[in-house]
Design a protein around this ligand. Structure first.
Ligand SMILES: NC(=O)c1ccc[n+]([C@@H]2O[C@H](COP(=O)([O-])OP(=O)(O)OC[C@H]3O[C@@H](n4cnc5c(N)ncnc54)[C@H](OP(=O)(O)O)[C@@H]3O)[C@@H](O)[C@H]2O)c1
Length: 355
C-alpha cells in the first residue's frame, strides 16, 4: 500500500524535530513537506537541528524548510499535517489545513477544548475519535483536527486511567518537575533557570484539570461528558533537558494494597497494543521497584520496540497509606507528551480508516 503524504508544521521547533525523526522511514506516512515560519525558509534541517539524543540522518538533514501554505500543501496531495505550531498561531493555520481537506494532528492547545475535537490518547479514549465525524460535517472538506494533550497531562492521564477504571479514584493532587524542552526553543532564559527552580508555568495547572477531565471522560450521544475527577496541580520548571517528573497523590477512603496497584499499572494494555500500532509501546506503563526511580536521565526513553522509545510512562516509589496513594511518574514531554502522541493518533486514525 502506498504511504500517505504528510507535512510537518513547525518543523524547525522542538516538537517538529521529533516529528521529523519519528516519521523518517515510517511504515504508513511519508513526509513530503517540512514547513515553518518565513524566518526558517530555505534553511536545511541540519541547520536548525537541536536534538542531542537521536542522530540526524544525512538525507533528512538535507531537507529544505518551506513556508507554511495550507492551500499549496493540499495541491501537492498532502493528506496529513503533523503540527508543532505555537498555540498563538496554530488556530487559524490548522483550521486552514483542515478546511483544505487535510487531517491535522496537533500538539497546540488552540482546538483542544472544542466540542467536536478530541484530545486523543489512544490507550485511554480511542473511542473519542468518532467525534471527528461531527467535525467533518461542520467543515464539509473531509479534513479535521485531532489534538493531543498538554505534555504534563499526558503522562498523568495514562497513569491514572487503569487506576480510575478499577478503583474509581476521583481526587488527585500532583506536583510537577517539568523539563526545559517543554518550553520550546530557545525556551527559558539560562540565567533564570541555572541552579534554580521556577514554581510557575503559565496556564499549566488549569490545563491539567480541564484537559484531564475531558480525556478521562466519555464521548456519548454526540458530545463530550467530563469525568468527575478533580486534579489539583502545582507546576514547576526544573533544570532538566527532557522528561516531566510528577509526584502524584490520590486520596480515597479505601486505598488498595501496593501490590494490587503495581499489578494494575503494569498489566494495563489497550487498543494501540491490540492493533500493534507501530509507535505503541508493548507495555504502556512500566513499574519500577528501585527506591530511587524513575529519574529523567535513566528512564525518559522507556518503551519498546525501538520505534516506541520514549512512549512508555514510568511509575515508581508507590506508597500506600489508609487514605492516600502516592507515587512518582515520568514521561517524555516531546515524545509521548508531544510528537509521539500525535504520530500514535495518526496511526490509529489510519488503521481505523478515518483518514
Ligand atoms: N515542547 C514540548 O514538550 C511540547 C509538548 C506538547 C505540546 N507542545 C506544543 O507544541 C507546539 C510546539 O512547541 P515547541 O516546543 O516545538 O515550540 P518551538 O520550539 O518554539 O517551535 C515552534 C515552531 O513553530 C514555527 N512557527 C512559529 N510561528 C510560526 C508562524 N507564524 N507560521 C509558521 N510557523 C511558525 C517555528 O518556526 P521558526 O523556527 O521558523 O520560527 C517553529 O518551527 C506548541 O503549541 C506547544 O505548546 C510542546
Amino acid at each position: 500500500m502506498a504511504k500517505r503524504k504528510a507535512a510537518i508544521l513547525g518543523s524547525s521547533g522542538m516538537i517538529g524535530q521529533r516529528f521529523a525523526h519519528m516519521l523518517d522511514s515510517h511504515p504508513y506516512f511519508e513526509v513530503v513537506s517540512y514547513c515553518a515560519s518565513d524566518r526558517s525558509e530555505g534553511k536545511r534541517l541540519s541547520e536548525v537541528w537541536k536534538l542531542t539524543d537521536v542522530p540526524l540522518g544525512e538525507d533528512l538533514g538535507q531537507e529544505v524548510i518551506s513556508p507554511t501554505d495550507p492551500a499549496g500543501l493540499a495541491r501537492r496531495g498532502v493528506e496529513i499535517a503533523f503540527s508543532g505550531l505555537p498555540s498563538e498561531v496554530a488556530g487559524p493555520i490548522e483550521d486552514d489545513c483542515a478546511d483544505h481537506g487535510i487531517a491535522v494532528f496537533s500538539n497546540a492547545a488552540s482546538h483542544r477544548m472544542e466540542n467536536d475535537t478530541p484530545i486523543l490518547i489512544p490507550e485511554i479514549n480511542a473511542d473519542h475519535l468518532v467525534s471527528i465525524e461531527i467535525q467533518k460535517k461542520r467543515r464539509k472538506s473531509g479534513g479535521f483536527i485531532v489534538t493531543n494533550a498538554n505534555c504534563s497531562v499526558t503522562g498523568l492521564a495514562l497513569g491514572l486511567k487503569p487506576l480510575v477504571d478499577k478503583f474509581g479514584f476521583k481526587d488527585v493532587d500532583v506536583a510537577t518537575y517539568q523539563a526545559l524542552s517543554g518550553a520550546g526553543y530557545p525556551g527559558v532564559p539560562s540565567l533564570d533557570i541555572q541552579g534554580n527552580v521556577l514554581p510557575f508555568i503559565k496556564n499549566e495547572e488549569e490545563k491539567m484539570g480541564l484537559e484531564g477531565r475531558k480525556i478521562l471522560g466519555q464521548f456519548s450521544k454526540g458530545r463530550f461528558v467530563d469525568s468527575p475527577i478533580q486534579i489539583h496541580a502545582s507546576c514547576a520548571r526544573v533544570h532538566v533537558r527532557d522528561g516531566h517528573l510528577e509526584a502524584v497523590f490520590i486520596r480515597d477512603k479505601d486505598i488498595p494494597a501496593k501490590k494490587e496497584i503495581a499489578r494494575t499499572l503494569a498489566q494495563f494494555r489497550a487498543k494501540p497494543q491490540k492493533l500493534k500500532l507501530p509507535s505503541a509501546p508493548d507495555q504502556p506503563i512500566i513499574v519500577r521497584e528501585e527506591p530511587n526511580r524513575p529519574q529523567p536521565v535513566l528512564d525518559v526513553d522507556a518503551g519498546s520496540p525501538e520505534r516506541a522509545k520514549g512512549m512508555a510512562v514510568t511509575i515508581g516509589r508507590i506508597r500506600t497509606d489508609k487514605d492516600c496513594l502516592r507515587f512518582y511518574l515520568l514521561s517524555h514531554n516531546t515524545i509521548r507528551g508531544g510528537a509521539g502522541g500525535s504520530v500514535l493518533n495518526a496511526e490509529l486514525a489510519h488503521k481505523e480508516g478515518v483518514i
